[in-house]
Design a protein around this ligand. Structure first.
Ligand SMILES: [Zn+2]
Length: 263
């Protein structure tokens, strides 16, 4: 009887050891993000990074923050990341930095950003713009009152948000890639540029570049813009989507294809 009890104790003990050991249960890899901020100070890149870096950490990410585009020089390291957040308005990017960023995203690393930090960075880097899916060209009237309409309320990035919300900020007019999957838009009043009266422009989109998910919103001229709860929520969800924490790859968009059927 004593032997049996001892045997049972030993078996139980060994089982416990096995369950708790790495061989029995591989530890989950911690998600990693790299946030690279810099460029034109008017967009408050550091203040914006200071909003979303701690938030990503609260979601379980290990976040590395860099104030230099040289953070892109180690391609092997970049490829291990889940997410790159690029905040670098109007700066030059060196060919090697740009190429590595693009190669990392092509390999499957997510890319996310907002306003000019992603959508008006590196104006002469056309492959970079091909990756982002759009480029800022104007904000008629500067900081003005405008509305944002959620046009795809079924998407995990926009689900449950107010269908229309207000911004007092720059209303971005962008040159947009026809491949992007648009989730929200804004409509120009024509007050500051009469020829675009009634024009509907994307404000939030997602797309692929190679295997990498790319999320962009034109919201976020300054950090205070993220005091608008919808603007902040859209970015937070966009970061998670780009890092493949949630949602699916975007559908294949081809917005001009229907024109071929017109006679
Ligand atoms: Zn701006």
């Amino acid at each position: 009887m004593k032997t049996k009890t001892l045997l049972a104790t030993v078996v139980l003990g060994v089982s416990c050891l096995l369950v708790g050991s790495p061989a029995a249960q591989a530890p989950k890899k911690q998600r990693t993000a790299l946030m690279v901020w810099g460029g034109w100070e008017g967009h408050e890149p550091k203040q914006c990074a200071d909003i979303f870096a701690p938030w990503l950490e609260s979601q379980g990410f290990k976040v590395e923050i860099s104030h230099s585009l040289d953070a892109y020089l180690d391609l092997d390291k970049l490829k291990t990341l889940d997410l790159i957040v690029h905040i670098f308005t109007m700066s030059d990017i060196k060919p090697e930095q740009e190429k590595n960023l693009e190669e990392a995203v092509k390999s499957g690393v997510g890319l996310a950003g907002w306003h000019g930090g992603l959508g008006d960075a590196h104006r002469s880097a056309v492959e970079y713009q091909f990756m982002v899916g759009g480029q800022w060209v104007a904000h008629p009237g500067g900081v003005i009152d405008y509305d944002v309409d959620i046009t795809n309320p079924g998407d995990p990035i926009t689900k449950g948000l107010k269908r229309r919300f207000h911004m007092k900020s720059e209303q971005y007019f962008m040159q947009v890639d026809p491949i992007v999957d648009v989730l929200a838009t804004t409509t120009f009043s024509g007050q500051h540029a009469p020829w675009i009266d009634g024009l509907v422009m994307p404000v939030v989109w997602k797309k692929l570049y190679g295997k990498g998910r790319v999320f962009y919103t034109s919201l976020g001229h300054v950090a205070a813009d993220f005091d608008v709860p919808e603007a902040r929520e859209i970015v937070q969800r966009g970061l998670l989507w780009a890092a493949r924490v949630m949602g699916d790859d975007p559908p294949k968009m081809n917005i001009y294809a229907p024109l071929l059927k017109k006679k």
